[in-house]
Design a protein around this ligand. Structure first.
Ligand code: 0CH
Ligand code: SF4
Length: 345
C-alpha cells in the first residue's frame, strides 16, 4: 500500500500538541489521535440526507444505515428519515437514498422498476472499486475480493460482476478459491479493512497464484489507513485505548485491533462515553482516544469531558497526517445545495 494518500498531507513527523502541562500529579493523561472521525465520504453521505430532508421534507427513505453509526442513524431518524433494509420496503414513487457503502446494479435496477426516485450517496472511493471490478471482469479476470463476508460494501462491489468475483475473508478462504487461468487473477478489497491484515491475505494469495495482479491503486482508502497509522503511533504508550464507533462499523472495529497489535495494553469500542466500564480504568495512566470514520466528533468531545471528570485532564493530540480531501455532493442533490458540512456532528 502506498504511503501518501490523495488529499492527505503527511505530518513531517508525529507531532504532539496540547496541554501536557496540565497532566495530573498522578500522571493521568489522554493521547488524542489525529486524524480521527468523519472522513470525506461520510460527511458527503450525511449532508446528502440532510439536504434531501430540507429539499423534499420527510419522510426520506434510506436503504440500510447511511453510515454505520448509531448516533448518526438515531439523529436522522428523529428528523424524519425512515431506514429500510431493502428498496422493496419503499413505497412506489418515494425518494430513497443509497448508503455510503454502495449498492449493486441489481439494487439500482429494482429501484427503477419500482419507480423510486433515488439519490446515490455511495462514497466516490467505493465507486472507484466498483469500476475496477467492471474493468477486470471485462478483461475476463478472476477477481479475489478481500473483505468481510456479509458486509454491505462487499455485497455491492461483488454485485458488479458476481460471476467473476470470489470473496476472500479468512485465511481458509485463500485455499478455497478456484481460478480458471492463474495468469489472469487480480486482488481488490473493501475500503475499510486493516491494512496489515489485508497484506497478509495478499501474501497468502500470492503463494497460491504468483501471477496475482495488484489493484491499479489502493482500495483501502486514505481515511481508513490514516486512522490506523494515527492509532499505531500512540498505542504503545497507552494503558487503554478507547475507540468511539459502532459495533457494525468495520473501520472502527479495525482500530481496536490495530491498537492492541501495536502495543496498547487494553482497547475497547464504545458508542458513547457512558459505555466506558470504570473497571477498565483501574491502574491506567495514559488513555488513548480515537474514533472511526463514521463518528461525529461531538461524541469524542463528550468522552474527553467524561475522562476529565475522572482526573484525565491533560489532552495531547498526536498528529500523523492532515486531511484536506472533500467530495462534491451527489449530482441529484447538488443543485440548490451549498455544501455546508454535516449538522450531525
Ligand atoms: O467501516 P464500515 O465500512 O463498516 O462503514 P462506516 O462505519 O459507515 O464508515 C464509513 C465507510 C463507508 C464506506 O466506505
Ligand atoms: Fe469513502 Fe473511505 Fe470514508 Fe469509506 S471510509 S466513506 S471509502 S472515504
Amino acid at each position: 500500500m502506498s504511503g501518501s494518500s490523495p488529499g492527505t498531507e503527511p505530518a513531517t513527523d508525529v507531532s504532539i500538541s496540547g496541554s501536557p502541562g496540565s497532566r495530573s500529579d498522578d500522571g493521568k493523561r489522554v493521547l488524542l489521535a489525529k486524524p480521527r472521525g468523519y472522513c470525506a465520504g461520510v460527511d458527503r453521505a450525511v449532508v446528502t440526507v440532510e439536504k434531501a430532508l430540507e429539499k423534499y421534507g420527510p419522510p426520506v427513505y434510506v436503504r440500510k444505515e447511511i453510515v454505520h453509526n448509531r448516533h448518526v442513524v438515531d439523529t436522522l431518524r428523529e428528523r424524519g428519515v425512515i431506514f429500510v433494509d431493502e428498496t422493496s420496503e419503499v413505497p412506489e414513487g418515494a425518494l430513497v437514498v443509497f448508503s455510503a457503502h454502495g449498492v449493486s446494479p441489481a439494487v439500482h435496477a429494482e429501484a427503477e422498476e419500482r419507480g423510486l426516485r433515488t439519490i446515490d450517496a455511495t462514497c466516490p472511493l467505493v465507486t472507484k472499486v466498483h469500476k475496477e471490478v467492471n474493468r477486470f471482469a471485462r478483461d475476463d479476470y478472476d477477481i479475489m475480493l478481500i473483505g468481510h463476508a456479509g458486509h454491505e460494501e462487499v455485497e455491492g462491489t461483488s454485485g458488479e460482476a458476481p460471476e467473476h468475483v470470489q470473496l476472500v475473508d479468512t485465511a481458509d478462504d485463500v485455499d478455497k478459491v478456484t481460478v480458471r487461468d492463474p495468469s489472469k487473477v487480480v486482488w481488490l478489497s473493501q475500503t475499510t479493512l486493516s491494512v496489515d491484515e489485508t497484506m497478509e491475505r495478499v501474501d497468502q494469495l500470492k503463494e497460491r497464484f504468483p501471477g496475482l495482479a495488484d489493484p491499479p491503486s489502493d482500495d483501502i482508502c486514505y481515511a481508513t489507513s490514516n486512522r490506523q497509522v494515527a492509532v499505531k503511533a500512540m498505542a504503545a504508550e497507552c494503558d487503554l485505548v478507547l475507540v468511539v464507533g459502532s459495533t457494525n462499523s468495520s473501520n472502527s472495529r479495525r482500530l481496536v485491533e490495530v491498537a492492541l497489535q501495536a502495543g496498547a495494553r487494553d482497547a475497547h469500542l464504545i458508542d458513547y462515553a457512558d459505555q466506558v466500564d470504570e473497571n477498565w480504568l483501574d491502574g491506567v495512566r495514559t488513555v488513548g482516544v480515537t474514533s472511526g470514520a463514521s463518528v461525529p466528533d461531538v461524541l469524542v468531545m463528550q468522552l474527553l469531558d467524561w475522562l476529565a471528570e475522572r482526573g484525565w485532564t491533560g489532552v495531547e493530540e498526536v498528529t500523523t497526517a492532515n486531511e484536506k480531501i472533500s467530495f462534491a455532493l451527489p449530482r441529484e442533490i447538488r443543485k440548490d445545495a451549498d455544501g455546508t458540512p454535516s449538522g450531525v456532528r
